[in-house]
Design a binder for this molecule. Structure first.
Ligand code: HQG
Length: 181
């Protein structure tokens, strides 16, 4: 598969496995899984034919490891990033002392007032990787690195979950746990 097709197919899979499964005529189970066979058949029906080999290539090489196979390889899901209702069944975990969020400058006033909200997604996404975090912020404007006092927040009773692809997920970050540059 050429790199263009890999990117296009990966974006289509994000759409299907996170946001609009009906686009590929599939239904996700409560934990976000769909059978690989049904997914490939559904993609073909939607005129986006993908081979099993292509799918394996995308899962293995995707830079952010967005997708995962079940242990027996018969099912696939997105590891995080959903807007559809799913329970990914990650166990709550103790976070590191600080985590980061890449925001865009024009939203800082609102973030100072109400903290970080999950907006259209299931969770607020936090990371240990400052470089990647700044790239995320830069999608929407001038990127600003916010430091999240994760340990303090955890001690105050907030639950943290770590996705298979190393994204920390929380429900909300109140403003008192955010340090602005
Ligand atoms: C902002 C990428 C105003 C927040 C990345 C963000 C990530 C507020 C946007 C994943 C706000 C939501 C998620 C408030 C939060 N007022 N703006 N109170 N609270 N925001 O895309 O974290 O490529 O849902 O700063 O790697 O940007 O999709 O979240 O700008 O993991 O795999 O509201 O997307 O991964 O945007 O990015 P998003 P995000 P993928």
């Amino acid at each position: 598969m050429n790199p263009d097709k890999t990117t296009r197919t990966s974006k289509f899979l994000s759409l299907v496995l996170r946001h609009q499964p009906e686009t590929a005529h599939v239904v996700l189970d409560s934990a976000g899984w769909v059978s690989v066979e049904d997914l490939l058949a559904g993609c073909a029906k939607a005129n986006r034919t993908i081979s099993r080999d292509d799918l394996e290539h995308i899962v293995a090489t995707n830079a952010k490891k967005r997708f995962e196979f079940s242990e027996d390889g018969t099912r696939i899901r997105a590891s995080q990033g959903h807007s559809v209702s799913v329970d990914l069944q990650y166990e709550a975990k103790v976070p590191p002392a600080v985590l980061y969020h890449g925001a865009a400058a024009q939203f800082l006033e609102s973030i100072r007032a109400e903290g970080l909200q999950k907006m259209k997604r299931h969770d607020v996404h936090l990371s240990e990787d400052t470089k990647m975090t700044l790239e995320v912020g830069a999608r929407r404007g001038r990127p600003v690195l916010l430091t999240i006092l994760a340990s303090e927040m955890h001690q105050a009773g907030h639950s943290f979950y770590l996705s298979t692809n190393n994204v920390w997920l929380v429900d909300h970050v109140p403003p008192q746990f955010i340090r602005f540059p």
